[in-house]
Design a protein around this ligand. Structure first.
Ligand code: FES
Ligand code: FES
Length: 171
């Protein structure tokens, strides 16, 4: 049995018939075709699937598509401006080499966007805490933290954040 869902995704309404067991991440990728949201685990630990649901960062593998009924979703594809200009967090990941393979990057950027909405000038510790639900197997986290610091400085219009990124997350 299928259920009808109507969801706003990146400002556009999508209406689809979905099975009750379909996870939001699979709905976004396989039904809507937004493959920027990644699946990196089957244990809800990696954060590669992070999107915003009604403005909150959510791991989209932890919710069913039917639970998104009537909600507003933002994915990595909705972060850049309609003119194609990268969001400051995307630009900062580019500038600070905050990625290597890039698999974790959409999730980190969506988690960072939520973090900076809640706390526009986080300390290094607050950045590490805010991103602790996201895992990266490549970078060692240092440049990810630098990227978020740089984005925070750009978005708040102040000089580059002074906090040096030091130890890897989780230590
Ligand atoms: Fe969702 Fe890993 S795919 S947390
Ligand atoms: Fe490869 Fe993070 S850049 S997993």
């Amino acid at each position: 049995m299928k259920h009808r869902v109507s969801v706003s995704i990146n400002g556009k309404t999508h209406e689809d018939e979905v099975e009750a067991r379909l996870l939001l991440v699979h709905y976004l990728r396989d039904v809507v075709g937004l493959t920027g949201t990644h699946v990196g685990c089957d244990t809800s630990q990696c954060g590669a699937c992070t999107v915003h649901v009604d403005g909150m960062a959510v791991k989209s593998c932890t919710m069913f598509a039917v639970q998104a009924q009537g909600r507003e979703i933002k994915t990595i594809e909705g972060l850049a401006g309609s003119d194609g200009i990268l969001h400051p967090i995307q630009q900062a990941f580019w500038d600070e080499h905050g990625l290597q393979c890039g698999y974790c990057t959409p999730g980190f950027i969506m988690a960072a966007a939520y973090l900076l909405e809640q706390n526009p000038r986080p300390t290094e510790d607050e950045i590490r805490k805010g991103l602790e639900g996201n895992l990266c197997r490549c970078t060692g986290y240092v440049n990810i933290v630098k990227a978020v610091q740089s984005a925070a400085a750009t978005m708040s219009g102040s000089p580059k954040a002074a906090q040096p990124a030091g130890t890897p997350a989780g230590e």
